[in-house]
Design a protein around this ligand. Structure first.
Ligand code: IMP
Ligand code: MG
Length: 179
């Protein structure tokens, strides 16, 4: 098995590029159908979701917009428990159909702290789409409307996800190797 090393840790293959792309394509097909006359605004949460957003966007064929914001609650492989926002939301979201794009929902803390800001601006609707969902680790109640993969509570990298800044460029998803 092809192991990769990032900083001090080894990771093993977990989800192939093909599996990821197929799952995202399927999600895009659902969204194309469900948002046909709604001109949705996608909000991609940086940094982790840029690759998910780009891959999804290639297959969205209805009129739509996209905007990017930056929220982060992670340092290393465990949540640091508070949120750092460095790029704010510049789009006007009132009366728009919003779809939030997240790379991964772990505890749900990041989104649970950000969602009130969105609701305050009175969108027409708000749905959340996450590439990955660590269902075991869910501590905050975040509604997840669309999800490509449910994964165990193990640290992963690749396809936009990082370990201390590195590994985002890997086109597949790798899982932390057990010691
Ligand atoms: P939450 O606030 O605990 O749901 O954490 C969500 C954020 O933590 C995600 O947007 C990721 O940036 C990061 N994160 C959570 N789990 C992982 C992981 O396994 N690998 C890389 N980043 C992760
Ligand atoms: Mg993220």
């Amino acid at each position: 098995m092809q192991t990769i090393r990032i900083h001090d840790k080894d990771f093993i293959p977990y989800l192939s590029q093909t599996a990821i792309e197929e799952a995202i394509k399927k999600l895009a097909a659902d969204l194309n159908e469900q948002y046909q006359n709604k001109s949705p605004l996608f909000i991609s949460i940086l940094n982790g979701s840029f690759m998910f957003a780009a891959e999804l966007f290639k297959h969205i064929n209805i009129p739509c917009e996209i905007s990017f914001i930056k929220l982060a609650s992670y340092k290393g492989t465990t949540s640091i428990g508070h949120i750092i926002t460095s790029i704010g939301l510049d789009a006007d979201i009132k009366n728009k159909h919003i779809i939030i794009l997240e790379d991964i929902i772990d505890t749900g803390k990041t989104l649970s702290q950000f969602l009130p800001q969105i609701y305050n601006q009175q969108p027409a609707s708000l749905k959340i789409a996450a590439l990955l969902h660590k269902s075991d680790a869910k501590m905050f109640d975040v509604p997840l409307d669309y999800n490509c993969f449910k994964i165990p509570n193990k640290f992963v990298v690749g396809f936009g996800l990082d370990y201390n800044g590195f590994g985002r460029n890997i086109p597949a998803i790798y899982q932390l190797k057990e010691e």
